[in-house]
Write a protein that binds this ligand. Structure first.
Ligand SMILES: Cc1cc2nc3c(=O)[nH]c(=O)nc-3n(C[C@H](O)[C@H](O)[C@H](O)COP(=O)(O)O)c2cc1C
Ligand SMILES: [Fe+2]
Ligand SMILES: [Fe+2]
Length: 394
């Protein structure tokens, strides 16, 4: 990608990863970008790098603007390798002794990734670095989403370099929010649901702090996806909304099935919920990527999970999804379990145990049906759905 001027003498020298489809288990059907930002002032600073396999492209992009050797400072906002992977090449090229600024945890975590003894400069929260006419201020954002994460804020230009926050996994021809418009929001939302949801309480606190500090933000430059230059408030407000985890009157019925019995139950339960005027969608786990399912879970009040019993246990994809969902710590949910079984029928009990561990409000002991549901059993599923629907609108 041609280096793009994201501000006066500020360039995105990152790369587009068009072909990636799986990003550590997150489906990225439209690729992603690794953004890295070059600020040219009396001193030249590079904020973050790109995945190691794109190091040459990063260096080429920098070279289109300035001789990479002229970089004075490297700033690492986040240790994860999609942003640090090219550090060895960059440091080697510009000079191993050039200062590398990061948070205290950044220094520790970078040194656990790379054996080189770089000239680490650990910055305190609020510490500033003058680039000449302009100043970078560092804001620690510990656990958002790694212990090393920080933001860098270019004071004079009011630009927030936000690392993974406010990002989206999307590679397209557009580079800015005004170029893509509302079409970027589903990507931002999916990113939040799958990466930032566990940190929702921290995000609320951070946004409060940003508000208290009176930090004016004209532009947000995240490390993935488009830059927010027209309406940064749009993504900040969306984060406030998503972090509050205020559920919608909506249910998702997530299931897997071997011989379609649990599927028939799922569809009847969803229909029953719908009869109460609550939108409900059956989602077959093996037909939908887990990261797509989580995006639906994020704003749903009712999370209904179904599994047949297999070998005295849960169907493995259901366990997989429950493990994934548990890690993302969704809050304020109503839960219920169901499933078809042949003889011992442990699945419902096992799902309930997981939903309880997630602190979902369990509104019914759960619905078990032996082998293939008949008319009566399907009517029971509809009733079960209606009970769920009622407790969602309560
Ligand atoms: C390999 C296999 C193992 C099973 N193990 C159990 C079991 O341990 N306990 C049980 O109650 N049913 C067991 N069943 C029966 C299924 O739970 C039953 O066929 C159910 O109706 C399947 O629902 P489905 O059509 O949604 O897949 C097993 C079925 C298969 C194929
Ligand atoms: Fe990350
Ligand atoms: Fe990232």
């Amino acid at each position: 990608m041609k280096p793009l001027e994201t501000g006066k003498n500020i360039y995105n020298v990152g790369v587009r990863d068009w072909n990636i489809r799986d990003f550590h288990g997150y489906s990225v059907y439209q690729g992603t970008t690794y953004n890295a930002f070059l600020i040219i002032d009396e001193k030249v600073a590079l904020i973050d790098t790109v995945k190691s396999e794109f190091a040459d492209q990063l260096l080429d992009n920098i070279a289109k603007i300035i001789d990479p050797k002229k970089i004075d400072y490297v700033i690492s906002n986040h240790t994860e390798m999609d942003h640090s992977g090219s550090l060895p090449r960059i440091m080697h090229k510009i000079g191993e002794d050039k200062p590398l600024y990061c948070s205290k945890m950044g220094c520790k975590n970078l040194s656990l990734h790379f054996s080189q003894k770089w000239n680490y400069k650990a910055v305190e929260n609020g510490e500033e670095l003058s680039l000449g006419k302009r100043t970078l201020a560092f804001l620690e954002t510990r656990m958002l989403h790694w212990p090393d994460s920080m933001f860098s804020y270019l004071k004079e230009d009011k630009i927030l370099f936000s690392s993974d926050a406010f990002g989206q996994h999307y590679a397209g021809s557009e580079s800015f929010d005004d170029e893509i418009g509302a079409a970027i929001m589903p990507h931002a939302r999916k990113y939040f649901a799958n990466i930032l949801l566990p940190m929702a309480p921290l995000i609320l606190k951070l946004l409060e702090k940003v508000n208290e500090l009176g930090l004016e933000i004209d532009t947000i430059c995240p490390d993935h996806g488009i830059v927010w230059r027209k309406d940064p408030a749009k993504i900040i407000n969306a984060y406030l909304d998503w972090s509050s985890q205020e559920p919608q009157k909506k249910a998702v019925v997530i299931y897997d099935t071997m011989w379609h019995s649990t599927q028939a139950m799922a569809e009847a339960i969803a229909a029953g919920i719908g009869e109460e005027g609550v939108s409900a969608k059956p989602i077959h786990i093996r037909s939908s990527h887990r990261s797509e399912i989580m995006t639906e879970v994020m704003d749903a009040k009712g999370i209904i999970v179904g599994s047949p019993t297999i070998n005295n246990g849960l169907f493995p994809t259901v366990s997989d999804f429950l493990t994934y969902m548990k890690g993302l710590k969704p809050k304020n949910k109503i839960g219920a379990a169901f499933g078809s079984y042949g003889w011992s029928g442990e699945s419902v009990k096992l799902i309930n145990r997981e939903l309880e561990a997630m602190k979902f409000k369990i509104i019914d002991p759960g619905l078990k049906i032996q082998f293939v549901p008949d008319k009566e059993s399907l009517a029971a599923c509809i009733e079960f759905g209606k009970k769920i629907g009622k407790s969602i609108i309560e």
